[in-house]
Design a protein around this ligand. Structure first.
Ligand code: ATP
Length: 247
């Protein structure tokens, strides 16, 4: 899946690898037309952040993982970009948390749903992990949203108490927060509506975030708690880092 022409010693190898995953995702029919634009916006913010995981982002990640571990009904939401970039990490996280993945896309078409679910099933088989994949047959609606983007499942998103929504649209994020859920957002842009609306916002690249979270999974749960975490402070630290530059 990750066979690309670029040499791993190339200074922009990680970025080229992510672009390659997006190209593969597009070829498989998993992505909306605007997906590459969204990816490019993320790349620009990542450049401004020095393409690294900052200490304030790590605190948000630890707090988020602690909430997911302690949740009664956690669920991990997957859209096209997340499936293309981080299917393996999302599957590993869901497996460890013993929860479902729910495919939930903004521009919903039967073809894209089929392509994303097919890709996730393929990666589950490759990893030898079995994780429920919801979303194919929605039987619920997110209150406050119109049209197909409100579609979800009762057993997944609707009944969840803690939901991870990497790269979510601002509107849907707001609607999920209004339902009383703890909404964990991963978004490189601390000014986006999703980042501002989320209960816990991780301003970091999605693959770096999920890779590190997977590596922490076996740690002592107490070490994951961040009792003094405040989302608005974390967002302020992210914008200050962008304004003032980084080491
Ligand atoms: P909002 O509705 O929240 O204001 P938006 O319209 O700015 O969002 P979209 O185009 O819906 O954003 O989604 C792209 C968002 O995802 C951007 O904020 C971008 O910074 C972020 N993003 C893109 N790629 C990544 C990535 N690999 N990791 C983390 N964030 C990313």
């Amino acid at each position: 899946m990750d066979e690309i022409a670029a040499d791993p010693s190339h200074p922009r190898y990680a970025s080229l690898l992510m672009r390659h995953r997006m190209e593969v995702g597009a070829a498989k029919g998993m992505l909306a037309d605007s997906a590459l634009i969204a990816h490019g916006r993320g790349e620009a913010f990542d450049y401004l952040l020095g393409e690294k995981t900052h200490a304030w982002a790590e605190r948000a990640m630890r707090h988020a993982l602690g909430c997911l571990i302690r949740a009664k009904s956690p669920v991990l939401s997957v859209n096209g970009n997340v499936a293309a970039l981080a299917a393996d990490e999302m599957i590993r996280l869901a497996h460890h948390l013993n929860c479902s993945l729910e495919v939930n896309i903004f521009y919903r078409t039967p073809e894209r749903m089929k392509a994303i679910i097919g890709h996730l099933e393929e990666r589950c088989e490759h990893l030898g992990l079995s994780v429920p994949i919801l979303g194919q047959a929605p039987n619920g609606r997110i209150p406050g949203l119109e049209g197909p983007r409100a579609a979800c499942t009762v057993e997944g998103i609707l009944n969840s108490d803690v939901i991870l929504v990497p790269l979510e649209d601002g509107d849907r994020c707001e609607a999920l927060v209004n339902m009383g859920k703890t909404v964990i957002v991963v978004d490189l842009n601390p000014l986006s509506r999703s980042a501002q609306m989320g209960s816990i916002t991780i301003v970091n690249e999605v693959v770096r975030t999920l890779t590190l979270m997977c590596a922490w999974l076996d740690e002592d749960l107490l070490s994951l708690s961040e009792p003094t975490f405040e989302n608005h402070r974390s967002l302020r630290e992210a914008t200050e880092t962008i304004r003032s530059g980084f080491d």
